[in-house]
Each structure stands twice: as structure tokens, then as C-alpha cells.
Design a protein around this ligand. Structure first.
Ligand code: GLN
Length: 304
């Protein structure tokens, strides 16, 4: 591997790894090298700083070398180590699924907060019975809600990709969640005639132009999970067109959006007869749109 002197002593291995990742343009090379070294040693990260006299076995050295090589090729860290933390839970990830983002925790948190606050909706008193998570990928949203909202009865997670559903099922098993039903299908096709109190979705929403600007790491992730058509809004059009048939009276749909999509997404929803509300992330950027079926008269009054 490109002149890397990978000593088996921990401090030298850390230096060599950090230098290698720096040469490949990794932003925080020493931290990432420490994380990968800890991964190879199967120890917490602090260990690599606390054991200056420690050694790597041949097997650990080889694991570290392979991890560094992948990361140098800009494979995302989460794929290299095969996991990502989301809402306090550990999810297995591989190249079949989008890596759960902190941004998406806002979606989950918004739903969890609304379950108590909403009056006159299917959520009253936190009693929503059923939840549908479209484009579930690794199952992060569906499973985080299942764990953090024990009163929730039926949960369904859907995805167009068999491989993604395999990952979601594996995560459900690992987290000990057995009450999620997984269905394969293209958006609403997976749902049949079923109706739900609550729907969540983090659809692909990156436009063609923005996809071209994505970091190499993001381009390792499934394009199918990221690219939302020329203007990034294709899935929201299909969501707005179908959500009315799949929400119970008083039910709500929560969608993750990009920071600059709130107006377009709300416009699509309003034309389809929905009332909507935007939620922001901690940096003050628009991140989630919630929508519910408006009273027909209201649409008239608002002229939409
Ligand atoms: N937030 C993701 C990104 O910017 C996109 C996720 C999505 O398309 N749903 O990489």
C-alpha cells in the first residue's frame, strides 16, 4: 500500500494512518485514523491514545490497513465500519442503504413531539395506532419511532429495494423490534389500500445539479436513495398525489426536505388539498414539512 510504513505499534500506526488519510484529502485525518484503528482493535477510541506501548496483532494490522485503504478511496466511514448511530440506536449499514443522517433525527423528533401536542388528530394523547415509513432504507426512521414510541401499534416500512429491506429487517432483529411489517414496492405501490394515522418519509430529493456537486463519499451511497429527478421534487409530487388516499381522517404526513425546498413542497401539497407546516433544524434551516388534509372549504378560502 503506497509506501505506508504501518508499524504494529499503536502510536506509529496512528501517525501513518493519519498521514495517509491526509494525503487523500480526508478532512479530519487523524481523528478518522484513530477511529479506524480503534475499530481494528475492537476498542473504544480513547484506547488508541491511552496505550502508547500497545501493539497490533497481524490480523488487527490487516483490518486497519484495509479500512484505511477504503477510507482513502473516499468510502464513507459508516460503510467501512458497517454501522451508524441514529437516535441513540446502532444501525447496520452497507452500500444498499443511505447512511442515516443527523438531519433525519429532526424528522423523528418532530413526529415524537407532535404525538403529544396534536389535538383533534389521530395523535390525540399519543394514541396513534399505525405508522407508515416510506423509502425506509436501513429502517432507521421506522425503527427509531418503534423504539421511542412504544404505544404505537402497527408500523409498516416500505422500500423499492430488496437489498435495503434486507438491511432494515436485519436492523429490526438486532434492535429486538418485531412489530414492523416490511413491504417492497415503489412508493405507494407497496401500500395497497391501507390507511395510516401517521406517515413519515425521507425521499430522494437531490436535484441533478446538486447531485453533481455531492462529495465523493455521498456518491458511494445508492443514487436511487438520493436523486429526486431534475429539480429534486419528483417524489414529493407523487407523495402529494397519493397521501390523501393513505391517511386516516385527522392523520398527518411528515416529510424530510432539503433546506431550500419548503416553498415548492408546500405549494405541491396545497394544490393537492393539504394544509402544511414547516419545522426547522437547530441551525434554523427548513428541514421537515408536516401536512394534513385540509377542510375543502379552507382550500377555497385560501384560493388554492
Ligand atoms: N440529506 C441527504 C444529503 O444531502 C439527502 C437525503 C435524501 O435525498 N433523502 O446527502
Amino acid at each position: 500500500m503506497e509506501g505506508l510504513d504501518l508499524s504494529t505499534q499503536i502510536p506509529q500506526a496512528l501517525d501513518a494512518g493519519g498521514q495517509m488519510l491526509a494525503r487523500h484529502g480526508i478532512e479530519d485525518p487523524r481523528t478518522e485514523a484513530a477511529l479506524l484503528l480503534a475499530f481494528a482493535l475492537k476498542k473504544p477510541r480513547e484506547y488508541v491514545y491511552m496505550e502508547p506501548d500497545g501493539y497490533l496483532t497481524a490480523e488487527q494490522s490487516e483490518t486497519y490497513r484495509q479500512a484505511l485503504e477504503q477510507r482513502a478511496r473516499r468510502v464513507p466511514y459508516a460503510y467501512v465500519v458497517g454501522k451508524r448511530e441514529f437516535m441513540g440506536l446502532e444501525f447496520f449499514v452497507n452500500r444498499s442503504v443511505l447512511i442515516p443522517r443527523p438531519d433525519t433525527e429532526i424528522l423523528v423528533e418532530t413526529v415524537l413531539r407532535s404525538r403529544c401536542e396534536d389535538q383533534g388528530s389521530g395523535f390525540e394523547g399519543g394514541t396513534a395506532q399505525s405508522l407508515l415509513d416510506l423509502c425506509t432504507g436501513s429502517g432507521a426512521v421506522a425503527l427509531a419511532l418503534a423504539v421511542h414510541w412504544p404505544e404505537l401499534g402497527l408500523i409498516m416500512g416500505t422500500d423499492i429495494s430488496d437489498e435495503a429491506l434486507g438491511v432494515a429487517r436485519f436492523n429490526a432483529e438486532r434492535l429486538g423490534v418485531s412489530r414492523v411489517v416490511w413491504e417492497k414496492g415503489d412508493l405507494w405501490d407497496a401500500v395497497g389500500e391501507r390507511v395510516f394515522d401517521c406517515i413519515t418519509v425521507n425521499p430522494p430529493y437531490i436535484s441533478t445539479e446538486d447531485y453533481g456537486l455531492c462529495a465523493p463519499e455521498v456518491r458511494c451511497e445508492p443514487r436511487l436513495a438520493l436523486w429526486g429527478g431534475v429539480d429534486g421534487l419528483d417524489y414529493y409530487r407523487r407523495i402529494a398525489a397519493g397521501a390523501g388516499q393513505h391517511l386516516k381522517a385527522g392523520g398527518k404526513i411528515y416529510m424530510e426536505i432539503a433546506w431550500n425546498q419548503a416553498d415548492s413542497v408546500r405549494g405541491l401539497l396545497e394544490r393537492a388539498g393539504f394544509v402544511s407546516e414547516v419545522f426547522r433544524d437547530l441551525a434554523g434551516r427548513d428541514r421537515v414539512v408536516a401536512a394534513w388534509v385540509g377542510h375543502p372549504k379552507m382550500a377555497e378560502i385560501q384560493g388554492v
